[in-house]
Design a protein around this ligand. Structure first.
Ligand code: PAF
Length: 287
């Protein structure tokens, strides 16, 4: 496995792989790799001859300086994990490679899909940062497909919109949420939870399971479903920043669950902000 730091080295390596007949997959990450990222690598590996992973802690998408400072950075370990999972090339640029002096462009995806949920909680700058860096990575690597985790469901919606609007010739693949055995969605932030906080955090998947179960048993009223989820969180002393039932494409709140509906939660446990979601009305395997 090769590690490159510049866009020109990235392009050169990808051109050679293409020249040898391989199709290209890109997995954009911020490092601190865990099993969730490795599941993206396996999905990409199954469909493409050459798998590229970017590792870049993108400063422009952090709206809290403390969160950026605390974000785990472990490049050597990440490189080992990436290689063992089957990555061919890691692109790990310095910030100045993607944001050189004088950088003045922002890719802004407008409307409800960036204003609601994470956009409301973290501010509009978050998705501007995501859209800008992802578009730069897609332009630099020009992959056939790019792989993202469904845990960041809103990010997937925003990236799909941006790719469609800019006419970027790439397929966006969303892979199922990867969970630890106890049900907690895998996240690089989980390493910052104490044992006690981790057991509190389990209220999040429990709340999603409660809402899913209620929908399966015939409850459709969004207010009633949200109350049930909030009550499960409250039993563990967790207060949701949001627990929302939204259309999975427009992210607009739905009054009733009558078809595929995204139930999304964000909650802080101690200093750690966690997100998780479940697609309702789409079969148990989607959990
Ligand atoms: O999901 C992430 O890790 C980041 O938001 C991404 C897509 C790598 C952009 O920095």
């Amino acid at each position: 496995m090769k590690i490159v730091r510049t866009v020109s080295e990235l392009r050169e390596a990808i051109a050679a792989a293409r020249g040898a007949g391989a199709s290209i997959a890109l997995i954009p990450t911020m490092g601190a790799l865990h099993e969730g990222h490795l599941s993206l690598v396996r999905a990409a590996r199954a469909e493409h001859g050459y798998v590229v992973m970017s590792i870049f802690v993108n400063p422009t998408q952090f709206t809290e300086a403390a969160d950026l400072a605390a974000y785990p950075r472990q490049e050597d370990r990440d490189a080992e994990l990436a290689e063992s999972a089957g990555v061919d090339l890691v692109f790990a640029p310095e910030a100045a490679e993607l944001y050189p002096a004088g950088f003045a462009t922002t890719v802004h995806v407008g409307g409800a899909i960036t204003e609601t949920l994470e956009g409301a909680g973290r501010g509009p700058a978050h998705f501007d940062g995501v859209a800008t860096v992802v578009s730069k990575l897609l332009i630099a690597a020009a992959p056939d497909a790019a792989y993202f985790g469904q845990k960041d469901a809103q990010q997937v919606v925003v990236v799909r919109r941006m790719v469609a609007d800019l006419g970027l010739p790439v397929r966006i693949v969303a892979c199922p949420i990867s969970r630890d055995d106890d049900g907690l969605a895998r996240s690089s932030r989980n390493t910052r939870l104490s044992a006690e906080q981790r057991s509190k955090a389990l209220a999040i998947p429990r709340a999603l399971a409660e809402v899913s179960e209620a929908v399966r048993s015939g409850v459709t009223d969004a207010t009633a479903l949200i109350e049930r989820g909030v009550a499960v969180l409250a039993q563990s002393g967790v207060t949701a920043e949001y627990l929302a039932l939204v259309d999975p494409d427009t992210l607009e709140a739905v009054p009733r669950v009558t078809g595929a509906t995204l139930c999304a939660i964000a909650a802080r446990v101690g200093e750690v902000r966690l997100i998780d979601n479940v697609l309702l009305g789409a079969g148990p395997e989607q959990r």
